[in-house]
Design a protein around this ligand. Structure first.
Ligand code: TYD
Ligand code: MG
Length: 478
């Protein structure tokens, strides 16, 4: 076979060159040259048959069958929900996450489950076959000792195939021979095309390999999972282009020192984005957490100053989380602000509002804010809870038990409405919370659940008066 020819192309202006250049002579961009395969000219497009042939026929809306189930059912329901209900045949799904967060574990679990119904090929470029088998035994809670291996062999699904391979043409040959329904590549950064000169994991390798795997998925209907590594900056290594190539991008995130993991979809052609699945990493792999709010609130100490409960929306699901605040007199000079799980700019804004509008002397206090469970919240709906946690710690006065706080804090100390308030309230009521402090609603049509007392407030000041235990304090009443 003739060696595939490649060229370097400036990603800014498209100038081509036979060798790599640090700076594009045409547009002046730095480090913009990426190696690309020179594709043979595409065959004459067959527009006529596509347009006038019988390949597709328009249907009336009523004629389209909605009952048709075309997704592969995935028994791990937290995962299936993030995907939008199951695995779409012929889709290509990228899963990114920090090293050691549990990507390989989770996908091996997916492989073990799926292999009960379909044939699955798990390609690893990172671990040996033996390592994977030992992990699988652990996941199925089998004894890893060698004399138990025979026992284990009986419980392993027969249609799960493993191979340690990084050479993409080789992998494609295995796929052609095995014809699996599901292909898992661990990881896209270790996979390489020998035709390209650059090393595995480089931008051009990652992009070309992903494109070829997409071709495979689209032409054969095999669903492909790609595991991707994350760079220091937090994006999937080997660039954003990868996110354009695939149908679905999922991130597995969480604090490495905590056991909870969130599987979050950031792009999904077949379902809602920003949907979240919650897992707990345990002895036997990732366990689904169907009731995350309960789990996140489990260690809460009622009546402790500095603890507030916020209700955030993770995709379509409301999630109750505990936010802790601590203020402590600054020993010298500059007061510090430490935000763990909340945006630093929001924290600074809330501190400024508390100082200027409510007269808190935060200028001489160090402030720490922490979200329990290793979660990170980027929603302004948690503002009120953050403010209340700080106020509660500063005044050393607890927030009433069984109160949730929802609302965005504005610069003049007003409380602003947030989206999906009714479903947040329903979740809080379902978990036994008796009172919710919320912004005043403008749309009376929105129905609040009857099982929770809803206190509508206009300002942060009123909200704190309602939420803190010593509400009669003159500083907070109007
Ligand atoms: P892994 O899936 O290898 O992470 P990634 O592929 O994202 O790099 O997970 C590695 C970590 O998971 C490792 O620290 C061990 C831990 N782990 C468990 O806690 N329980 C288990 O059952 C398994 C298999 C791994
Ligand atoms: Mg791994």
């Amino acid at each position: 076979m003739a060696k595939t020819r490649t060229q370097f192309v400036c990603q800014q202006c498209g100038r081509t060159s036979a060798r790599e250049m640090g700076r594009c002579p045409q547009c002046g961009a730095w480090n913009s040259f990426i190696e690309e395969i020179i594709a043979p000219p595409a065959p004459e497009p067959k527009f006529r048959s596509g347009l006038y042939g019988t390949a597709s026929t328009p249907k009336r809306l009523t004629e389209i069958d909605t009952l048709q189930q075309d997704r592969l059912l995935l028994p791990i329901s937290e995962f299936a929900r993030v995907l939008g209900g199951g695995i779409v045949p012929g889709s290509i799904i990228l899963i990114g996450g920090d090293p050691g967060i549990g990507k390989s574990t989770l996908l091996l679990q997916v492989a073990l489950e799926m292999a009960k119904q379909e044939s699955v090929l798990y390609v690893s470029g990172e671990e040996s076959e033996r390592q994977i088998r030992m992990r699988a035994q652990r996941l199925l809670s089998l004894d890893p000792s060698p004399d138990q291996n025979k026992e284990a062999a009986k419980t392993f699904p027969q249609s799960l195939f493993l191979v340690t391979e990084t050479n993409l043409p080789q992998i494609l040959e295995h796929v052609a021979a095995l014809k699996p329904r599901l292909l898992i590549i661990d990881s896209i950064q270790t996979t390489y095309l020998p035709d390209l000169e650059s090393t595995a994991g480089s931008v051009s390798q990652v992009r070309e390999c992903a494109s070829q795997l997409r071709e495979l998925a689209k032409t054969t209907g095999i669903s492909v999972f790609l595991i991707g590594h994350v760079t220091k900056e937090g994006t999937i290594a080997g660039p954003r282009v990868l996110e354009h190539i695939v149908d679905t991008v999922l991130y597995l995130e969480g604090d490495r020192f905590q056991s909870y993991r969130l599987l979050r979809s950031v792009k999904n052609r077949f379902g809602a984005t920003s949907e979240v699945g919650v897992f707990e990493m345990g002895e036997r792999g990732m366990r689904e957490v169907p009731n995350p709010s309960e789990v996140f609130l489990a260690e809460r100490v009622i009546d402790a100053p500095g603890s507030a409960i916020a209700v955030t929306m993770e995709g379509t699901r409301p999630l109750l989380v505990e936010i802790q605040g601590l203020t402590s007199p600054t020993p010298f000079g500059n007061p510090r602000r430490t935000a763990n799980g909340v945006d630093m700019n929001r924290l600074l804004l809330i501190c400024a509002v508390l100082s200027r509008r409510l007269g808190f002397h935060l200028g001489e206090q160090d402030i720490f804010v922490n979200v329990i469970g290793g979660l990170s919240i980027d929603e302004p709906a948690a503002d009120l809870a953050i403010a209340a946690a700080i106020a509660s710690s500063y005044r050393n006065c607890p927030i009433r038990a069984n109160v949730v706080l929802i609302g965005e804090v504005g610069l003049s100390g007003e409380l602003r409405m947030v989206g999906q308030i009714a479903s947040r309230l329903r979740e809080a009521a379902a978990l036994g919370f008796q009172m919710a402090v919320v912004p005043r609603r403008h749309n009376r049509a929105e129905l609040y659940p009857a099982t929770i007392e809803v206190v509508e407030t206009r300002s942060l000041k009123q909200a704190l008066a309602a939420a803190l235990l010593d509400e009669k304090d003159s500083r907070f009443s109007n």
